[in-house]
Every structure is written in structure tokens, then in C-alpha cells.
Write a protein that binds this ligand. Sequence first.
Ligand SMILES: O=C(O)CCC(=O)C(=O)O
Ligand SMILES: [Fe+2]
Length: 406
Amino acid sequence: MAPSVQQLPEDILVASIEKLAITKEAPTAAVKEVEVPKEVEAPNAEAPKEAAKDAPKVKRQIEIEGGKTDAKYPQYLPTWNHGQKYPPLEPFTHVEHGKGADPTFKDLLPEGSKIKKLTPSTGSEVTGVQLSKLTAAGKDQLALLVAQRKVVAFRDQDFADLPLQEALDFGGYFGRHHIHPTSGSPEDFPELHIVHRYGATGSEFDSFLANRNSSVSWHSDVTYELQTPGTTFLYIFDSPETGGDTLFANQVEAYNRLSEPLKERLHGLKAVHSGFEQAQFSRDRDGVVRREPVKHEHPLIRTHPATGEKALFVNSGFTRSIVGLKKEESDALLAFLLNHIGRGVDYQARVSWEPKTVVVWDNRITVHTATADWSTGERRHLARITPQAEIPFETPYVKPETVTKA
Ligand SMILES: O=C(O)CCC(=O)C(=O)O
Ligand SMILES: [Fe+2]
């Protein structure tokens, strides 16, 4: 078996276990049938709402009461609309705002703000900045800072209190919104990907752990798409008192740690990233599949368009095989790379969620994993905004001596 299929993509957990958990945890909750548009055939992913207006109606189930009443942000609870069907994504031109941004960060980190490294190579924490108030220059610098530090946690944000559309408008600056094929989203906002768990003993998550040793599942989001996500946002509503941290691994550093002969050999190789298993997982549980699944081949080493840094671009969630290698070779090489990334605690950062935190990371050059380590029945509830970026590209291997001489 390929190493990648031994682990479930984290998105799968987010998408489907939550749905089951809600049903289990709130058995008395009323389920209301709501009239909603059927077969929302959007002409493209950017304009689903226009298409929805004239569409015929079907019933959709939304979960209310037991699940909704005690959530701090019920407007962000997940719903699954089986009527939402979108055509394949069309390519678009991505504008990389981090490229050419002012590296002094004067519009992002004004006087009085504080930035602190989480670990030497990876992750920073910022206080004294209100993301929602950033100018265009500040947003460009945000993209650059995140590309450099890989992940940045911004504390004390008003983001969760903004109208949902305003939060989306902010995120839309960084790229076209990705609509997830299977995850729950707030009613009428399919661009928001919702993470929602109770983590209670006896929940669906326990039965998941019955077959797994750990909830750790390193992945980069939806890398099966042609244009994979770039600057990405996750913000918190409810979290357990302790636990539920999110971990990030730095794929630039994972690349840098490889020997020169191995780096040189990996350049030019491509890997297959597949969304088929995720879609099937959802179908098997009567979940939604908003768009038919796709696979794409991406370079094993990709270059970041703003920093020029090279990063390993494989993840255990979606990378299935290396193109051109025989199965055993591909499995062995992928297993080595994924193991290398997963055990690289010396190039990872762990973000602890505090109320009002917004975490921004660059999905092109990191992998991340949730940790489901609490079993107290506390709610953990977050939303992700996932702007897509460029088609992954690579630049040629450069020997270190050449760099020194140049
Ligand atoms: O729940 C988390 O900490 C991360 C979830 C996740 O992988 C995501 O939203 O992309
Ligand atoms: Fe994720």
C-alpha cells in the first residue's frame, strides 16, 4: 500500500466526522427541513450565489437547537447542502501580492505592534495589529511575512465578529476562494470551510482512534486542485480549555535538510495528488460532493513566487505516487519524504489557540495537522478561508557552490 493512503486526509476528518459527531452529541436536537435551491449549477466557482437564485427548490437538512444554541458563533456552524453542485474549476490568473511587497513591513507592523518567533525557523506571533484594518500595502506585506515565516498567529482579532461576507472579502484579496468539495459550510457561504468537533468520549472521534494510533495527519489543503491554496486563514470561535493546537511543518526547511545529491535527483520529478479518496469517503457517509473529484500532477519541489525559496511539495493527505517510478520505488521514496517531514520537530511550529486568534499560513510551503487530544466534550470550532494561488512551478536545482560564487 502506498504510504499516503495509510492516513486519512485531515480534511476528511473535518468534513465528515463532524457531521456524525453533531448527530451523536445532540440526539435531542431538532432537525429542520429547509427549502433551499436545488442543483446550484454555478457557471464557475466564483459565482455560485447568482446561479442559486433561479434554481428550483429541494429540501436540505440543517442541524439546529442542540447544536446551535450553545455555539458562540452559530452563524458559523456547518451545514451540508446536497443541492450544491459545481462544475470543474476553471484556471484563473493568480496575482501574488507578497511579490515585491515592502520587506520592512511598515504598513503591517506599525509602531506598538509586537512580533515574536515561535521557533527559530518557523512561525511567528503578532500582537497589536488588526488584520481587518490593513491597507492594500499592509495586506501585501502580510502575504510576504507569511511566506517568510510560513505561519503567523495574530492575536486579539475582530475577524470572527465581522459579517461573514466581509471576512470573505478580506480573504479574497489573496486569491480566488476555493469551495471545498465535501466540507460543511455556513448556509449560503460555501467558500467558508468549517472545522467543528466536540471531542467527547464516546464520540465518532473515539471510533476513529480505535483504528489509528494518533490523530496527527500532516497535509496541505486540497493539493489535488490545479491551483493549490496559498495564503490561508483559520480563525477560532470556540476551543477546548487546553488541547486542539494546530501544528505546522516548514517544507522549505524540510527541503534544505536534504543532501545535495538527493535534492538534485528530486528536481524534475512530479507527484500525483488525488481528491478521489476524499470524495469517496464523503459519499460513503452520505456526505456532499459539490464537485467531481480531480487529480493533478505537481512538481515534487516547488518554488515560492514571492521569496524564490524551494520547498518539498508532498503531503500524506493527498500525494499518492511519484510519476515515472515503479510502485515500490514510489512508495519507498514517498514514505521517506513523508516520514522526514513528520518527524522534523526542529522545523515545525505549534500554534495554541487563544480566543480571537487568526492564524495565517502559506499552504504552498507548509504542511499542517490538527491535534485531537481533548476528550472533554468541549466544542472546537473554526473557519478557514482558502484563497487559491498559482499552478505550482519549480525552478532548477542550484548547487550551493554556485550560489556562493554568484
Ligand atoms: O483544525 C485544525 O487545527 C486544522 C484543520 C485543517 O486542517 C484546516 O482547516 O485546514
Ligand atoms: Fe487543513
